[in-house]
Design a protein around this ligand. Structure first.
Ligand code: ACO
Length: 375
């Protein structure tokens, strides 16, 4: 047993350190990812979004009855009170969409009438997509959009995100991207959610902390940054010199690299294929695909760093006509299901997450009155 006065020192950023047992999902350096035992391509090819969410939350694929009741439960709880939209509107047009959702989720913690834990979690899962879809428009004074009755979860979200009628293939691609974003073991935001859950705070508190963690460009914010970068690059032939400029300035290239995947991110591979198909089916310009392909190849040639999921999800959203500030909110609308799976798993076998630290500061100093301090 480790002596409490002599804590175990682990790698910076907890890289390569296992801090929890989980049965929810697992990613590996070789480019594999499983959800509750199922390889990700099995899920992405065969399942639907609600089915995947049920699997991640409950550990097994649903029966027909279970799926219907879960889907109904989500539909029944999607309505967001006008009071929450007013709070979102009051933040004003310059508010960052993730800050808007986070504030709304905090408000829900006080306003939501759900009594038990499962009801609270379902309510958050259902409302997150409505909050995400409205996180950019409502603070700018536009009327909230609500889900059209009877639509599947991701179809309803897509309909709120863009009034343009998507084709059946585009809706299916959007659903798959949402399934790929749904869960990813101990990423920064899911770990954050588990830390908050371990204090026995409620799911609203945990989800708002998860949102705070997701906002950063090293995590969820990367999909928006990647899209801005692709637009900035513009010409596939300039990918090499574009990257060289980033390296010279010591800038990270958004949408590349991953803590776990060092050869390839399986979600990025799937999304790359979806992007190719979506542009091909539409006919005409495939420049966006060529931009991604050329940047990916040049990055691999220069640094052996693979593209991650965000790099290919962003141009898919762009092709669907979705505004860039909504990309991280979309991520949140999907990842909330993974967060809630982690929340439940954490409290089922809880121990307060409270690590130790190695103190490297000064000690034994004497208090100096303010008038005697050196300027
Ligand atoms: N651009 C340039 N160099 C990179 C990049 C990148 N995107 N990613 C990693 N590197 C380099 C680092 O500079 C470092 O080089 P060094 O050893 O010479 O110092 C080396 O590769 C290792 O990188 P780390 O940052 O230490 O790797 P870590 O596992 O800590 O970071 C991370 C992973 C944060 C995702 C990193 O790759 C990154 O910042 N990527 C850009 C942001 C991004 O796309 N985030 C999305 C993650 S996926 C998701 O949230 C769905």
């Amino acid at each position: 047993m480790t002596d409490a006065r002599d804590p175990l020192k682990v790698a910076k950023g907890l890289a390569g350190v296992s801090v929890a047992d989980t049965g929810i999902s697992k990613s590996d350096a070789d480019g594999s990812l499983i959800y509750r035992g199922y390889p990700i391509w099995e899920i992405a090819t065969n399942a639907g979004f609600e089915e995947t969410a049920y699997l991640v939350l409950n550990g097994t694929l649903p029966t027909k009855g279970q799926l219907e009741s879960f889907t109904e439960g989500l539909r029944d709880r999607a309505e967001v009170e006008p009071k929450v939209f007013r709070i979102m509107r009051d933040l004003g047009r310059d508010a960052h969409p993730i800050d808007v959702i986070r504030t709304a989720v905090s408000a829900l913690g006080s306003i939501d009438s759900e009594k038990d834990l499962k009801g609270k979690q379902l309510s958050l899962e259902a409302k997150m997509s409505v909050l995400a879809a409205n996180s950019h428009r409502v603070p700018r004074g536009e009327d909230p959009r609500t889900p059209r009755k009877g639509l599947r979860f991701t179809d309803a979200l897509l309909q709120m995100l863009t009034p343009r009628e998507a084709t059946e293939y585009e809706r299916r691609v959007f659903e798959r991207v949402m399934m790929l974003y749904l869960e990813h073991e101990l990423n920064a935001s899911s770990f954050t959610v588990r830390v908050v859950a371990s204090t026995l705070a409620d799911p609203y508190a945990a989800a708002s902390a998860g949102l705070a963690s997701l906002k950063g460009p090293l995590h969820g914010g990367a999909n928006e940054a990647a899209m801005e970068m692709l637009l900035d690059l513009g010409d596939p032939a300039k990918a090499g010199e574009f990257l060289q400029a980033a390296f010279n300035e010591g800038r990270k290239v958004m949408g590349f690299g991953h803590r776990v995947y060092k050869r390839f991110d399986p979600r990025a591979r799937l999304c790359k294929e979806y992007l190719r198909e979506i542009l091909e089916r539409r006919g005409g310009d495939d420049r966006l695909y060529r931009l991604c392909d050329s940047l990916e190849a040049e990055m691999w040639k220069a640094k052996r760093i693979p593209a991650n999921m965000d790099f290919f999800a962003a141009p898919i959203f762009y092709s669907l006509g979705i505004e860039i500030p909504l990309y991280t909110p979309i991520f949140a609308a999907s990842r909330i299901f993974g967060w809630m799976a982690h929340y439940s798993e954490q409290i089922e076998d809880n121990k307060l997450i409270r690590p130790d630290s190695t103190y490297v500061g000064r000690s034994g100093l004497k208090y100096v009155p303010i008038e005697e301090r050196e300027p």
